[in-house]
Design a protein around this ligand. Structure first.
Ligand code: EPZ
Length: 450
């Protein structure tokens, strides 16, 4: 009987597709059921080489759409988010070859599709940055609206404001946002908030527009500068990246190039805070310390010894830091992506620390997980008051976003006993070879399937 039903189902293509999607979903869930088991073992010592920046690599991968020639990208981190974006690019007709570890060869000689559906968009919102390049090169782009995520609603109004200012018609309907324009004309665009993604998307939309575009109140993050440097290597004419006013003079055509992604300042900061929390000595290699000013200053303030050698940073700590206050701000302020890690450090500091999150509206979910480990944290809207405790205790906790996951690893490595961290797929999105890097420093951490 079952055979008969199965044969009937196989004849029905639609039913067959549904079964395949379900099976894929099931296996994907299996990956999501992985956990980290972490045992604190006191001070950590050793060196860690920082990977290329996820948040620089993603927009630069999108920017390869802008030219029909070969682009070679080096120091691209091997991350889930990069894999997903490569899937999106292939869906547009872009040739993407993962040539060797951390090296991708991309050729967008032919764009055969300008639409990215919900299935891919829902996996990673940064895919939204394909819109600017597609609008620029093809005059059309349609994307599923990027959902919000755990840390906030993540609106796209500033991206759309920029596209419209350049002359695009933008229609939002049935969960899709579509932008089209026969020709883009440069204009002045003021960003109500220095949005990183909007600055990058508008830059990429403007590089082939007619005339000059000025972005006022632009994001100044190093990842915006790296994108601008990449685009200028392709023949764009962009000035002012890294300041709040960026000028883009439209050019006729862009060409291929080779580019090395900048080191990941957030990964570097994560390992610096790890050394501060567990005590010991960690040498951070392959870093641009100029991108780390707020993190270096804050750790020095709370008593950590730091030797800044420009492209390496040596961090020495006795494991107990003084309480501190941080307030997240757009660059060059304290990065919001460092907030969770600093909160983990604050749970063990001597005294009471204050953590204020001003960039995202819901980025304190790690507080509940840290409280399961015995942390003393009180949240009042955008402010967390963290009363340092002597020790945290082992617990079963959950990563709620990628930086929260990193914060939980830091906390767990200070604890005598075994802590279990679930939903670790979040961590794999942003930290390359995460287990190997921690273990190389002497950490007792392993990945297990449940
Ligand atoms: C980038 O996200 C990073 N992601 C984030 O890193 C980072 O936290 C964020 O910049 C801030 O530095 C990537 O680069 C892939 P935004 P993005 O647009 O571009 C509001 C990580 O952990 N806003 O600067 O999405 C928005 O609501 C991730 O690696 C609007 O109001 O950030 C938020 O409150 C997390 N309208 C604020 O700006 C818009 O149109 C910052 O968002 C766009 C944004």
């Amino acid at each position: 009987m079952q055979l008969f039903i199965f044969r009937q189902v196989l004849k029905n293509k639609q039913a067959c597709d549904k079964i395949i999607v379900y099976i894929l979903h099931f296996f994907r869930r299996m990956i999501y059921l992985e956990k980290f088991i972490v045992k604190g073992k006191g001070e950590l010592k050793g060196s860690v080489r920082i990977s290329g920046s996820k948040n620089a690599a993603l927009p630069i991968l999108c920017a390869t759409i802008l030219c029909g020639e070969e682009v070679i990208l080096e120091d691209v981190p091997e991350l889930k988010d990069v894999e997903i974006l490569c899937e999106v690019l292939r869906g547009l007709g872009v040739e993407v070859v993962h040539k060797e570890k951390n090296v991708y060869v991309i050729n967008a000689k032919e764009i055969t599709n300008t639409v990215t559906g919900e299935e891919l968009m829902s996996k990673m919102r940064a895919s939204f940055c394909v819109m600017g390049p597609l609008l620029s090169r093809m005059g059309h782009t349609a994307n599923a609206l990027p959902g919000g995520c755990a840390i906030g609603t993540r609106p796209i109004d500033l991206h759309i404001k920029g596209f419209k200012a350049l002359g695009a018609e933008v229609i939002i309907s049935h969960g899709m946002v579509e932008a089209s324009a026969k020709k883009l004309i440069g204009d002045d665009i003021y960003l109500d908030f220095p949005s990183v993604g909007a600055t990058q998307n508008i830059m990429m939309a403007a590089v082939l527009a007619e005339g000059e575009t000025t972005i006022e109140n632009a994001a100044m993050e190093p990842e915006v500068v790296d994108l601008s440097n990449f685009l200028n290597k392709m023949g764009a004419e962009i000035r002012g990246a890294g300041t709040s006013t960026i000028k883009i003079k439209g050019v006729k055509k862009l060409h291929g190039c080779r580019h090395q992604i900048i080191p990941d300042r957030i990964e570097a900061g994560t390992f610096m805070i790890l050394a501060a929390a567990t005590g010991g000595e960690i040498l951070i290699e392959n870093v641009i310390s100029n991108h780390m000013r707020p993190v270096i200053a804050k750790l020095k303030e709370c008593g950590v010894t730091i030797f800044d050698n420009g492209d390496t940073i040596n961090v020495i700590s006795h494991g107990k830091v003084k309480a501190f206050d941080i307030k997240t701000l757009p660059y060059p302020g304290m990065p919001t992506d460092m907030q969770a890690q600093f909160m983990a450090l604050a749970t063990l500091a001597e005294g009471t620390s204050v953590v204020i999150e001003t960039v995202f509206e819901n980025r304190f979910m790690h507080a509940d997980e840290l409280k399961r480990m015995g942390a003393n944290i009180n949240i009042d809207n955008k402010t967390a008051i963290v009363q340092g405790v002597q020790k945290l205790r082992p617990a079963k906790v959950k990563a709620t976003d990628l930086r929260a996951g990193a914060a939980l690893i830091i906390a767990a490595l200070t604890v005598d006993g075994e802590t279990e961290i679930s939903d670790v797929y979040h961590i794999d999105r942003g930290y390359e070879n995460v287990i190997e890097k921690f273990r190389k420093l002497g950490a007792d951490i392993k990945r297990v399937n449940v």
